[in-house]
Ligand binder design. Structure first.
Ligand code: UFG
Length: 325
């Protein structure tokens, strides 16, 4: 069986961890990334082809050269707030870019794709935990762009027999347990690395965005899922497609939620630093609670998160983000 997998966005946070997992499972990941957010140093398990998603000729040439058995598609803009300010850029990159990829795949008979989607497709959930059958109502262009691609994949599957795995991540967290890869978002907007920066004295405090939510301690609750567990789910998803499995849409979360205050407490415990907290207004568009029902991924992919423990996720992130490194 051909073991080459094209990984768009393979130099990014989740993509680079997926390449490591693919390599450990015996695959050869070929990264296609424009290095706008990803870093070349994170590409360690196969070739790095630098190119833009919308450069269809280049993508087609890379596919023709490596003849991948399937594609993992991570390349996308991901910051929800930015998507509200610059929707055209998001739709161009995330939607038009995916159309280029699908045409290039079709031209070279690559008919299997694992797509990086998000819990943002659910918008403000009506109930929790959230199963895949929950209504889809994204509240920002980022979530819209991911939902558009989900629908495009469904249509292309019906028309041409493409097979897909759509994986909807909840809050990606943690870091490579071996410390080989580090999260690198600039500017950083995600809670756990921001709290760690406050603990390491790289920022004066951590703002809590809203303390009057209808949750036990008044702060938002999220389902944090370790990046190494996201990576293992992608490997299982591609193995399933290569073994002839049908198309699938699955949540990736642990099924357990933690509040912003609980995250701050976990960072305090891991670093033994008393972090300064600033109470701030709610951030527009933040639902009170986002927790996955992950039972479909367990049943259909045989996936079980190995690092569901928040303390362990924080420890792994702290180990790679600590300034002494
Ligand atoms: N938060 C703070 N202070 C901060 C940063 C975040 O209180 O300085 C809070 C947020 O309000 C939220 C929680 O911490 O309640 C987590 O925020 P993140 O920005 O880390 O993550 P989000 O839940 O906003 O977003 C994540 C992904 C998105 C995805 C979304 C829905 O980063 O890509 O989940 O699945 F769209």
């Amino acid at each position: 069986m051909d073991k080459t997998i094209l990984v768009t966005g393979g130099a990014g946070f989740v993509g680079s961890h997926a390449c490591k997992a693919l390599s450990q499972a015996g695959f050869c990941p070929v990264v296609y990334d424009d290095l706008s957010n990803g870093v070349r140093d994170a590409v360690r398990w196969g070739p790095c082809e630098v190119g833009k998603l919308e450069d269809e000729a280049r993508l087609a040439a890379v596919i023709a050269e490596y003849k991948p058995a399937a594609v993992m598609h991570f390349a996308a803009f991901i910051e929800a707030g930015e998507s509200v300010r610059e929707p055209e850029r998001f739709y161009q990159n995330n939607v038009a870019g995916t159309l280029s990829l699908l045409r290039a795949m079709r031209a070279h008979d690559v008919g299997k794709i694992v797509f990086s989607s998000t819990a943002a497709v659910y918008g403000n959930p009506k109930f929790t935990p959230i199963p895949e059958t929950h209504g889809l109502n994204p509240v920002n262009p980022y979530g819209q762009s991911k939902l558009m691609v989900e629908r495009i994949l469904g249509d292309v599957a019906a028309a041409q027999g493409l097979r897909f795995s759509i994986l909807r991540y909840f809050n990606a967290a943690g870091a490579d347990p071996d410390g080989e890869l580090r999260e690198n978002h600039q500017p950083e907007t995600h809670l756990i690395p921001l709290v760690l920066q406050a603990a390491f004295g790289q920022r004066p405090d951590i703002a809590i965005f809203g303390t009057d939510y209808d949750t036990p301690d008044g702060t938002c609750i999220r389902d944090y899922v370790h990046v190494a567990d996201l990576a293992s789910a992608h490997t299982l998803a591609v193995q399933r497609l290569l073994a002839g499995g049908t198309s699938l849409t699955a949540n990736l979360g642990t099924g357990r939620g933690f509040s912003v205050r609980e995250v701050i407490d976990a960072v305090k415990a891991a670093t033994r630093v008393d972090i300064r907290i600033r109470l701030a207004d709610r951030r527009p568009g933040d639902p009170a609670i986002l927790v996955a029902d992950p039972s479909r991924a367990a049943r259909d992919l045989g996936w079980a998160p190995r690092y569901a423990d928040l303390a362990q996720q924080v420890q792994h992130a702290a180990a790679v983000l600590a300034p002494s490194r």
